[in-house]
Structures are given as structure tokens and as C-alpha cells.
Design a protein around this ligand. Structure first.
Ligand SMILES: NC(=O)c1ccc[n+]([C@@H]2O[C@H](COP(=O)([O-])OP(=O)(O)OC[C@H]3O[C@@H](n4cnc5c(N)ncnc54)[C@H](OP(=O)(O)O)[C@@H]3O)[C@@H](O)[C@H]2O)c1
Length: 327
């Protein structure tokens, strides 16, 4: 795909974000370097990273080499990374972004997201601070205080925009009451089994764009069991397969086009050159309104990413996916 075919979403601060990006969670060192280079060659300009993925240094190497080789300019790239839960205390927020920038070999990112609204114990040694019983240690940090420190990162020029991830509607509403800078994006899990109609509408009404993670239902996620994966094999769903046959596209391409036709950003992860290339070949067909509805009709509220595998996490203050919160 030529980069000129890319669709850009307008953010509430006047900036633009490419609608498709490359996901990098579980992209192994030794693979992600080539994956990012291949993605740039295929026309990807948006790369989704996070400190906790442990691979920002290789991604940075690939980005810097591609810029040096004049394949892409810094201002054409849209680099996103995320503040991990052990860096949310306001005085530690700058440390979180500085660590990512150093890893990436960049002086700024385009979008810095609060990875989750809840916090773990604030410390540098491990991203997952467990106690002696194997239970994750939380810390009572209020995300509205973290957000104030996130705002300062924009003033300091370390990021062009700031946003949130995994925030529920109540948390967004509360954040907006004190925010001086509005989040530009809420990055959340979205695919036909978790269609998120209400949260998407809620964010849009507040001029917050959506980025959909796990758009293929994260088939190799380490956070779900083999049984859950077998029960929720979205790439093999008959409804998705039928639409794919009609357009002579893969089921993966249909799931990514579902995002484009619902007008939010999407960040499929791949380290396979062929899948990286095919995942961006989605601008030469369009789903009908009826097909979008059919896919939305598959919604069964299935989340691949709950963090419940980290014992104790769902009980932490500000954990977003509580039963009494509708969306
Ligand atoms: N904010 C958050 O809390 C959060 C949470 C989860 C994820 N994310 C972000 O969202 C990105 C995407 O989510 P995800 O990685 O969980 O899941 P995903 O993109 O839904 O699925 C990735 C998996 O699908 C495979 N794949 C890629 N393209 C395919 C295709 N066309 N057909 C069949 N299989 C394909 C990949 O394998 P190969 O590499 O072998 O192709 C990989 O195993 C992450 O990488 C990360 O950047 C953010």
C-alpha cells in the first residue's frame, strides 16, 4: 500500500492519527526489528508500543534505521507508547516516559497513553510487583492526579498528545471534570465479540477517538486459556468467513475493515511479513452497513485482556472492569 492511501483520524487537538497501526505486544526481540522495518516498507506509519512490552529498544532501532535510510521522516511517523502501572504516581510519570524515549531512541512520541486506570506498587525493579503470596501489590494512586502529570509532558514537548487506555465511561467522565488537556484517544479492546458500541458512542460524544486493540481477538494471547481461545476463534467465525468469501479477502482483513468502517483506529499485531502486508490491504473494499451490523451482532462481551491472570488485580482501586460498571 502506498502511504498516500492511508486514512487519518482527526484528534480533538487538531492533530491527525493514521487509522491503522502495527501492534507490538508479544512481538519477540529478534522478530520485532524486522517486523517494524517490513511494516514501514508496506506503508504503516503508526506503531503501537508500551514500556511493559519489553521490546521498545528493537522497535527504536528499526525506526531510526528507517529514518536514516530516508524511507520515512520522523514527522510522518505516529509513535504511541504507554505509561506502565508502576510509574503512575505523579512524580514518577516523567520517569516512565523518559524510560520509553530512551528505549525508542526518540526525543518525543506522538501519543502517550495511561496504560490502565489502576496502579501497581510504585517501584523500578519489576513491572509486576508480587507479594510473597504471589498476589500483585497495588498502590492507591488516583488517575486524575496521574493525568495532571501527563499534561506536563505535553508542555515539556515529550509527547505531542496524551490519552488513556482501558478507561470505562465513569472514569472518562471523572477525568474530564478536572482535565486541562482532554484525552485524544481511549485505546480499548474492540472486535465483533466485544463490539463496545456504548463506550465508543460515549467517547465520540466527548470528542475522544477510539483505538481498537486485539482486533483479531488476540488468537495467541498469553492472557487467555486454550479453552477460551477455542471457544472464541473469531478468525474462523462463519459470519466473518462468509463476508471474507464475498470480497475475496481473508477473515483478518474483514475484521480490520470492520474497524475502518466503524471509523476508529486499529492496531493488529504481526511479525509475519506476509500478514503485515495483507493486514494493511484493506483500503480497496468496504463493508455494507448490513455487514457491519451482522458483525456487531456477534457481540458476546468477550474480553481477551482483563489482567485477571495477575492474582489480585481485579480488586485494585480504579480497576476498570467492575461488574457494577455497565460500560
Ligand atoms: N492498551 C492495552 O491494554 C492493550 C492490550 C492488548 C493489546 N494492545 C495493543 O494492541 C495490539 C493488537 O492486539 P493483540 O496483539 O492482543 O491481538 P491481535 O492483533 O488481535 O492478534 C495478534 C495475533 O494474530 C496473529 N495475526 C496477525 N495478523 C493475522 C491475520 N491476518 N490472520 C491471522 N492471524 C493474524 C498474530 O500472529 P503473527 O505475529 O504470527 O502474524 C498474533 O498472534 C497489541 O499488539 C498491542 O500493541 C493494547
Amino acid at each position: 500500500m502506498s502511504a498516500s492511501k492511508m486514512i487519518y483520524l482527526s484528534l480533538n487537538n487538531g492533530k491527525q492519527m493514521p487509522i491503522i497501526g502495527l501492534g507490538t505486544w508479544l512481538s519477540k526481540k529478534g522478530e520485532v526489528y524486522q517486523g517494524v522495518k517490513d511494516a514501514i516498507d508496506c506503508g504503516y506509519r503508526h506503531i503501537d508500543c508500551a514500556l511493559v512490552y519489553g521490546n521498545e529498544d528493537e522497535i527504536g532501532k528499526a525506526l531510526n534505521e528507517s529514518m536514516k535510510a530516508k524511507k520515512v521522516k520522523r514527522e510522518e511517523l505516529y509513535i504511541v507508547t504507554k505509561l506502565w502501572l508502576t510509574y503512575t504516581r505523579p512524580d514518577r510519570v516523567i520517569k516512565g516516559i523518559e524510560r520509553s524515549l530512551k528505549n525508542l531512541g526518540l526525543t518525543y512520541v506522538d501519543l502517550y497513553l495511561m496504560h490502565w486506570p489502576h496502579s501497581f506498587a510504585q517501584q523500578d525493579e519489576s513491572f509486576f510487583p508480587y507479594d510473597k503470596n504471589g498476589v500483585i501489590r497495588g498502590e492507591d494512586v488516583d488517575y486524575v492526579d496521574t493525568w495532571k502529570a501527563m499534561e506536563e509532558l505535553v508542555t515539556k514537548g515529550l509527547t505531542k498528545s496524551i490519552g488513556v487506555s482501558n478507561f470505562n465511561s465513569k472514569q472518562i467522565e471523572r477525568l474530564l471534570k478536572t482535565a486541562t488537556i482532554k484525552p485524544v484517544v481511549n485505546q480499548i479492546e474492540v472486535h465483533p465479540y466485544m463490539a463496545q458500541k456504548k463506550l465508543i458512542d460515549f467517547c465520540r460524544q466527548r470528542e475522544i477517538q477510539i483505538t481498537a486493540y486485539a482486533p483479531l481477538c488476540s488468537p495467541t494471547s498469553t492472557a487467555t486459556t486454550a479453552e477460551q481461545k477455542a471457544k472464541h476463534d473469531l478468525l474462523q467465525d462463519p459470519v466473518v468467513k462468509k463476508i471474507a468469501e464475498k470480497y475475496k479477502k481473508s477473515t483478518g482483513q474483514v475484521l480490520l475493515r470492520f474497524a475502518v468502517d466503524r471509523n476508529y483506529a486499529v492496531i493488529p499485531k504481526s511479525v509475519s511479513k506476509a500478514r503485515i502486508a495483507s493486514n494493511i490491504q484493506i483500503f480497496d473494499f468496504k463493508l455494507t452497513g448490513e455487514e457491519v451490523k451482522q458483525l456487531e451482532g456477534l457481540d458476546c462481551g468477550y474480553r481477551t485482556c482483563t489482567m485477571a491472570e495477575f492474582k489480585g488485580t481485579p480488586n485494585l482501586k480504579h480497576y476498570p472492569f467492575q461488574k457494577d460498571i455497565e460500560f
